[in-house]
Design a protein around this ligand. Structure first.
Ligand code: AMO
Length: 440
């Protein structure tokens, strides 16, 4: 790794890089003061960096007086740089300690802290999110984001290997895609505009452009009224679209992707999974598929009836999940319960070639084969009570050679929530946006 911090002869080490080979050697540590334990003539400073902790031991008689004085009065969470000699010490966390010859306070933190990073004083999620930069210093919280990073990298690697091209589509748009109720209007000079709910229209247009397989990892905005543990107003969606593939084809891509993410997280994030005390089992593919009809039948037998054609309620989904493995697909939804672009079955137009990927009762993704015929699409837009005129640029792409295609959208925040069994989706989002939260 390139040494990008201050230049000295002494090599900077992360706390987890210190081993037997460093004993007796001089190293440089940079990080935050996690804890100070003052025993009079002996002071222990626990230094934390992004990889863990190390004990900096200061016996009054063995360190320079100014170093001893500085360490003794440093506030918790101050930023420090320590140069010192590594000693094996079985009683120290990690088995090593550092005896400093230099102890620089690069920036002193105020006291008292608005949030206890050492987690001795527990805090509610709201308080934690209000002071998120401090909350993020907690190793267990950082672990979530290290795993999120690995998850997204795994998604990218897998989709690139499968021939998908990464694209970026506009987030300031002029039309709804997933129904008109959840739109955020914005002012865009003299025009009406919205934040995009989904890259849906653009990824389909790119099929008309001949890109064949595209993916996007980007924000989607939904004016969700409800404050639930699994809804955000700004979420990250992993979207794909593929030509000459039916809904079954993209479901296979989706299940393989999910299982690959588990494999990669297990392999590359053992340390962070341990910090979180999470054990993962890689889900086996193929995932079970049940039809919408079978799903509502299960719910109805358990006392929760869903009128055919309606969306499945959370209560019903919880009952359905009791009968199924962790990951499963609900397929063949009523056409009227899905957006206009889902392709109805030729011989049964009241049902469409769509699917939801579930993890327990949590919906992780939804997708479908799309209607690729211009006339049929215009008819469906009208049936859904919308005006084809507002879909001009989208519809044009269907007039001049649109291949058959399918795709899905997978909620990245929900995927992370399900992998780590987070109780609240907000825990896996750096700065979540919900009805009550616009700051920080
Ligand atoms: P859908 O609306 O089902 O489908 O969204 C796809 C996935 O995105 C995630 N998601 C959310 N996550 C957190 N908070 C929200 N408010 C939220 N809304 C959605 C979910 C969901 O399964 N265009 C289609 C996809 C497609 O057919 O390609 C779409 O947007 O995990």
């Amino acid at each position: 790794m390139i040494q990008i911090t201050q230049v000295t002869d002494v090599v900077r080490k992360y706390t987890d890089e210190i081993g037997e080979e460093d004993v007796g050697k001089k190293i440089r540590l940079c990080g935050w003061v996690h804890e100070v334990r003052d025993h009079g003539g002996l002071v222990f400073v626990i230094l934390r960096d992004r990889e863990g902790f190390i004990q900096v031991t200061l016996p009054k008689k063995k360190v320079k007086p100014e170093v001893f004085k500085r360490a003794k009065k440093v506030h918790r969470e101050s930023v420090v740089e320590v140069i010192g000699t590594v000693k094996a010490e079985p009683k120290a966390p990690g088995g090593y300690e550092v005896i400093p010859e230099e102890f620089k306070v690069l920036n002193e933190a105020d006291a008292p802290l608005p949030l206890d990073v050492a987690e001795k004083v527990p805090a509610e999620l709201d308080t934690r999110l209000d002071h998120r930069f401090l909350d993020l210093r907690k190793p267990r919280v950082q672990a979530i984001f290290r795993i999120r990073h690995c998850m997204l990298q795994s998604v990218r690697n897998f989709l690139c290997e499968e021939g998908f091209i990464e694209v970026n589509t506009p987030k300031i748009v002029s039309t709804a895609t997933e129904g008109g109720t959840e739109l955020f209007p914005i002012s865009y000079f003299e025009k009406e505009a919205f934040l995009n709910q989904s890259p849906q229209l653009y990824k389909q247009v790119l099929m008309g452009a001949g890109l064949e397989r595209v993916f996007e990892i980007g924000p989607i905005f939904r004016a969700e009224e409800h404050n639930t543990v699994r809804h955000l107003n700004e979420a990250i969606s992993i979207d794909i679209e593929a030509s000459f593939v039916d809904h079954e084809g993209v479901m296979r891509v989706l299940e393989k992707l999910v299982s690959r993410v588990y494999e990669d997280v297990c392999e590359k994030c053992e340390k962070y999974l341990n910090w979180l005390d999470v054990k993962l089992d890689v889900p086996e593919v193929p995932f079970e598929r049940i039809s919408y009809d079978e799903a509502i039948e299960i719910a109805s037998k358990k006392g929760e009836s869903i009128p055919w054609g309606e969306d499945i309620s959370t209560t019903a989904l919880k009952l359905i999940a009791e009968e199924l493995p962790e990951h499963y697909f609900i397929v063949d939804w009523p056409t009227k319960s899905k957006p206009f672009y889902a392709m109805p079955y030729e011989d049964k137009p009241e049902v469409c070639k769509s699917f939801d990927l579930m993890c327990g009762y949590l919906e992780l993704a939804s997708g479908a084969q799309r209607i690729h015929f211009y006339d049929k699409l215009v008819e469906r837009i009208r049936e859904c009570g919308m005006s084809p005129e507002s879909f001009g640029f989208y519809l044009e792409a269907f007039k001049y050679g649109m291949p058959p295609h399918s795709g899905w959208g997978l909620g990245a925040d929900r995927l992370l929530m399900s992998i780590l069994k987070l109780k609240n989706i907000r825990e896996g989002v750096l700065f979540p946006r919900d009805r009550n939260r616009l700051i920080p």
